[in-house]
Design a protein around this ligand. Sequence first.
Ligand code: NAP
Length: 333
Amino acid sequence: MSNKNVQVTLANRPTGWVQESDFKIVETDIPKPAAGQVLVKNLYLSLDPYMRGRMNAGPSYAANVAIGDVMVGRTVGEVVESSNSNFTAGETVAAYLGWQQYALSGGADLQKVDAKAVPLTAYLGAVGMPGLTAWWGLLDIGAPKAGETVVVSAAAGAVGSIVGQIAKLKGCRAVGIAGGKAKCDLVVSEFGFDACVDYKGGNLAKDLRAAAPKGIDIYFENVGGIVLETVVMQLNPFARIPFCGLISQYNEPRPHGLDNFVMLLMNRVKLQGFIISDYAPRSAPAIAELAGWVREGKIKYRETIANSLEDAPRAFIGMLKGENIGKQLVKLF
Ligand SMILES: NC(=O)c1ccc[n+]([C@@H]2O[C@H](COP(=O)([O-])OP(=O)(O)OC[C@H]3O[C@@H](n4cnc5c(N)ncnc54)[C@H](OP(=O)(O)O)[C@@H]3O)[C@@H](O)[C@H]2O)c1
């Protein structure tokens, strides 16, 4: 083992678009576990849109990253040294250990994961936080019924690609919205959606009406802005909106509002924001079901993997701009 630990810390709070210079790559010594602690070698890091919010100073649902601190992030890795009787070297774990190669943990925050059940990286994607977000948002808030039409934005991404596949498993028509023809083709051919609309194609309203001719019963919202405004005009009475994210707004100093808000009243729409961590205590059955679907090939997933921690800032910015397909990860060794 090399005796250095590469970390990525927050150097500046961005205003508007995040820049690579907002991060700093630092090297520290690998820490030694004290009594009760374990040392984890992080093998993969997940890059997620919520991290953009943690770079801000303003209020949020979770603590922001302080300037100079290691960036927050979920990892999968291996216990390499343990002074905690609940863990032994060689066990694989998932945890929020941040943008770094090695980290200490007291154990309470570590989720033991079985890399023989599904590939280790799936615990950061289809069987991890994004998969759970799709599962809870669609099934708990969306409450889909067979025959309904489910539309999801960012459909080629980590959450969206799973939402559409669960919608299909529940007997719904699944329609994706994604950026570009190549992504839309993949959403249909690989993830099995019934249709996918390219929001960059210039005819979103018309193309969406053609893809969802009976109107929209559930809109799983990942992006906000113009896409949301367009979808709202095509919602059916009593439609549901699991309000998951607003990625088109995260780098905007002046967020876009919703001009046609009144349509939510006219159509008696239920819109509910949710944060996946609220579901954590109840997630074991959801993890088991997602893992089963992955093993049986009922849910497919894609990964875009950056090659080193030094590449993480560039890959993070790329993900916010849509350069990823499926789950954006970083390989740390
Ligand atoms: N509420 C929760 O607890 C929770 C948990 C996880 C994720 N989320 C939210 O879920 C959403 C998706 O997250 P993810 O991890 O699955 O990311 P992702 O979809 O894998 O990656 C982000 C995607 O957003 C799309 N995008 C970027 N800018 C856009 C714009 N201006 N308009 C439309 N689409 C844009 C890009 O796809 P295109 O190329 O198609 O534009 C990009 O690939 C995010 O809003 C995230 O914050 C919420």
